[in-house]
Design a protein around this ligand. Structure first.
Ligand code: G3P
Length: 217
């Protein structure tokens, strides 16, 4: 499963990139606002740190303006992936951009039928929002399971990018179902490293090492 980080903050992106486990980055207008940075500038900086896809979202609601915005965004770097909402105009834009060789991430997906539409429009990635789905009384993982089944039934190439990931269990369940990608905030990715027995083991080894009185360097 590919790992994307869902942030527009440079430091956590650099730190995760150094671990070698970062395959891409997703941003959205809320994350850009939170970063306090200029959209174009920060997207360019992120694209220079990570080789994989960096999602940058259009904000227009109509196809023509989406295409104009996408034109500006895709000039930032070769690894920019244009993010469009799951609407009629969003999918028209998806079709036009992917036919032209541009990566597209269709976002704000909350049903398997919507995911089917995005795949038919040629989306590179579909982003089902599992956390927000859970928040509204549905099971986000059921949504991922349904999309996996449908995409496998018809051999769609569209990659399932699990978004709105809130905790490590979302990552585990997504991997078990066979989602292609997950995007999570840095704190959730860091939580994946943690295990109480790892911490306890390090503590025990260090205590015994100190007792030997030796040093490696
Ligand atoms: O990037 C879209 C998605 O991951 C948003 O997550 O936590 O705001 O629902 P969240």
């Amino acid at each position: 499963m590919k790992f994307f980080v869902d942030t527009a903050e440079i430091d956590p992106i650099k730190e995760l990139a150094a671990t070698g486990l970062l395959d891409g980055v997703t941003t959205n207008p809320s994350l850009i606002h939170k970063s306090g940075r200029d959209f174009m500038e920060v997207t360019k900086e992120i694209c220079s740190i990570v080789d994989g896809p960096v999602s940058a979202e259009v904000v227009a609601l109509d196809h023509d303006t989406m295409m104009k915005e996408a034109e500006v965004l895709r000039k930032i770097a070769d690894n920019v992936c244009i993010k469009v909402p799951l609407t009629v105009d969003g999918l028209k834009t998806c079709k036009a951009l992917t036919e032209d060789g541009t990566m597209v991430n269709v976002t704000l997906c909350f049903s398997a039928n919507q995911a089917l539409l995005a795949a038919k429009a040629g989306a590179t990635f579909i982003s089902p929002f599992v956390g927000r789905h859970d928040d509204n009384g549905f099971d986000g993982m059921d949504l991922i399971r349904d999309i996996r089944l449908i995409y496998d039934n018809y051999l769609f190439d569209t990659e399932i990018l699990v978004a709105s990931v809130r905790h490590t269990n979302h990552v585990l369940e997504s991997a078990k179902i066979g989602a292609d990608v997950m995007t999570a905030p840095p704190k959730v990715i860091h939580a994946l490293f943690k295990h109480v027995l790892t911490d306890k083991g390090i503590e025990g080894f260090l205590k015994d090492w100190e007792a030997t009185g030796q040093s490696i360097i």
